[in-house]
Ligand binder design. Structure first.
Ligand SMILES: NC(=O)c1ccc[n+]([C@@H]2O[C@H](COP(=O)([O-])OP(=O)(O)OC[C@H]3O[C@@H](n4cnc5c(N)ncnc54)[C@H](O)[C@@H]3O)[C@@H](O)[C@H]2O)c1
Length: 266
């Protein structure tokens, strides 16, 4: 099934993790992909797509810079003849500092990349996608944006903003046939979480990674990318303004102690 045959697609944060996995999947389904990242990982992902016989360009951008985002949209339009899909996925964790140890400069940078980045992606991509008669924008939020407990205050607030941005922009794009949705990943093995996974592997504690969700494991980037592709595709033609948790079930429960679980079904 080639859901993205000849579609023009931008993926930010395409140099690593979820963005790289999504770029490869989009291309495998016929999409022409502009791989954008602040690192030269963008070029490596585009090269991997071309080696596999797909169509890709790359651009080094700062996803939180309006000039750079506008440049990425212009390049996709120029090379691929328009724009159908924007996956605004680039993000930074900003570390784990609590409110009292977070300098304003740190929260400003996290908000700039994680929230202003997706805002700029919508602002510049939506008009081009609308010109094609419609399409989709997918944002990467996080379970940290749903409620507390999965990231620093700066990161969590930025991702809560992304969830709201999906809702507000879906409304503001009413009548354009441009859908906007977000994915909310749980713990996923990517560049961002490499230290956690590396430590657990080395210490023989992989059974503790993701143990709080009912699937009792972390995710792989491909599992997140598949949901992003679903939301970007016509399969999700009536899904709009939603934030979909892809977290093994983590956010489906309030915290409970082991005793309260009682017997499990199996
Ligand atoms: N890995 C997880 O457990 C997890 C959980 C929830 C949400 N997320 C979100 O998923 C998204 C993808 O992250 P990932 O987990 O694949 O991590 P990653 O570090 O592997 O990939 C993130 C990519 O974004 C790029 N990037 C960072 N800042 C940028 C900027 N200013 N401009 C352009 N590119 C920039 C990085 O260079 C990197 O290639 C992020 O928005 C992240 O917040 C990840």
């Amino acid at each position: 099934m080639m859901r993205f045959q000849d579609k023009s697609i931008i993926v930010t944060g395409a140099g690593s993790g979820i963005g790289r996995a999504a770029a490869l999947q989009f291309a495998a389904e016929g999409g022409q992909v502009l791989c954008a990242d602040k690192t030269d990982g963008a070029g490596a992902t585009a090269a991997a797509i071309r080696e596999a016989g797909g169509a890709a360009e790359s651009l080094q951008i700062d996803a939180g810079s309006e000039e750079d985002v506008a440049r990425a949209v212009a390049l996709a339009v120029d090379r691929f003849g328009g724009l159908d899909v924007m996956f605004a996925n680039a993000g930074i964790s900003g570390g784990m500092a609590n409110i009292f140890d977070t300098p304003v400069e740190l929260i400003a940078e996290v908000l700039r990349v994680n929230l202003i980045g997706p805002f700029l992606a919508i602002k510049h991509a939506a008009p081009e996608i609308a010109k094609r008669g419609g399409g989709a924008i997918v944002l990467t939020a996080s379970v940290a944006g749903i409620r507390s407990g999965a990231g620093s205050p700066a990161y969590s607030a930025s991702k809560a903003g992304v969830i709201n941005l999906a809702q507000v922009s879906a409304q503001q794009l009413s009548g354009s046939n441009v859908r906007v949705n977000a994915i909310c990943p749980g713990l996923t093995e990517t560049g961002m979480t490499k230290p956690t996974f590396d430590y657990a592997r080395e210490a023989g504690k992989m059974d503790r990674v993701g143990r709080l969700n009912p699937l009792r494991r972390g995710a792989q980037p491909d599992e997140l990318a598949k949901v992003a592709l679903f939301l970007a595709s016509e399969d999700a033609s009536y899904v709009n303004g939603q934030a979909i948790a892809v977290d093994g079930g983590l956010s489906s429960s309030h915290p409970v102690t082991k005793q309260e679980y009682g017997r499990t079904a199996v």
